[in-house]
Design a binder for this molecule. Structure first.
Ligand SMILES: Nc1ncnc2c1ncn2[C@@H]1O[C@H](COP(=O)(O)OP(=O)(O)OP(=O)(O)O)[C@@H](O)[C@H]1O
Ligand SMILES: [Mg+2]
Length: 269
């Protein structure tokens, strides 16, 4: 017991990797020692995630801030016409909007982590909600000659704004990453265990390794990294946070190569 107390006293954020040696723990204390080590595993993991998150955050914000400063420095080197100043301000505003969206997403995730987010549950029809999102994204989908198909039905007890946000993130991804001219399928099912909505699209084949990383904060596939300066890799992390707030689950699978299916499962009301 004294050894254990000394070990606990020596734990600091820098020494989170240290564990009790189970070999010299008496049988009576084995369970306690195992639980204690498992707790340290979880703390070390959470700490590592947090450290990574702040490093990524700094990195993400550094780029737009650097480009803002660059534009201003160049403009200040000499007198410019009114048009030039207007163009500069407009482009700066765009960059600031990007930063503000990143910050908003990160704040959302931070609040969800602390479960401070207020979840106002109400009965919602998953079919109606899907239709609503499809209508909203119709224009964007048309630009890539994509169509929606919505099937099934079921109810869910969820926060309307959060549910819409989760669905929007999935559908925005489908429109961005699926092949042009394909269909986005939204399939709703209701079972006694709860209800479920799947968003399925056709696109490039993803490796299992990539599939495992999609939900990580700031993870972006190569394609989006190169083509889309408007992608932060936070959309799916937000979906995960929203499903956690609803005690639900989000999954991704590839039932066939090139078919990507995201499913949100909600527990029964
Ligand atoms: N439906 C999909 N089909 C193929 N790849 C996808 C799909 N949805 C997401 N991905 C991949 O997962 C990555 C992470 O998606 P996520 O929505 O979290 O971020 P993002 O779309 O890059 O940026 P944003 O923060 O704007 O949503 C994407 O960059 C993309 O590579
Ligand atoms: Mg996205």
């Amino acid at each position: 017991m004294r050894k254990m107390a000394a070990h606990a006293a020596a734990i600091t954020p820098e020494r989170l990797h240290s564990r009790m040696d189970s070999a010299d723990t008496p049988v009576e204390l084995q369970q306690l020692s195992d639980a204690y080590n498992a707790m340290l595993d979880r703390l070390a993991q959470g700490y590592q995630r947090l450290t990574q998150f702040s490093a990524d955050l700094a990195h993400e914000i550094r780029t737009p801030v650097g480009s803002l400063m660059g534009h201003c420095q160049v403009a200040l080197r000499q007198r410019r016409s009114e048009d030039d100043y207007q163009a500069l301000i407009a482009s700066n505003l765009e960059e600031l909007e990007r930063i503000s969206r990143i910050v908003e997403s990160i704040l959302f995730l931070a609040r969800a982590d602390e479960t401070q987010a207020v979840v106002e549950r109400q009965q919602l029809s998953l079919h109606d909600e899907s239709q609503r999102i499809a209508d909203y994204f119709e224009g964007l989908a048309e630009e890539r000659r994509m169509t929606f198909q919505i099937t099934g039905g079921g109810n869910v007890l969820a926060d309307a704004l959060l549910l819409r946000r989760a669905l929007s993130n999935l559908v925005a991804n489908a429109i961005r990453y699926a092949d042009e001219g394909t269909e986005i399928l939204m399939r709703v099912t209701q079972t006694h265990g709860g209800s479920r909505i799947e968003v399925e699209n056709q696109g490039p084949v993803l490796s299992d390794e990539t599939l495992g990383k999609l939900f990580d904060r700031f993870y972006r596939g190569d394609a989006s990294r190169h083509q889309n300066s408007d992608s932060y890799g936070l959309g799916l992390a937000i979906v995960v946070a929203i499903m956690q707030l609803h005690a639900g689950q989000v999954r991704v699978e590839q039932p066939k190569p090139g078919i990507i299916r995201f499913s949100l499962s909600f527990p029964a009301a």
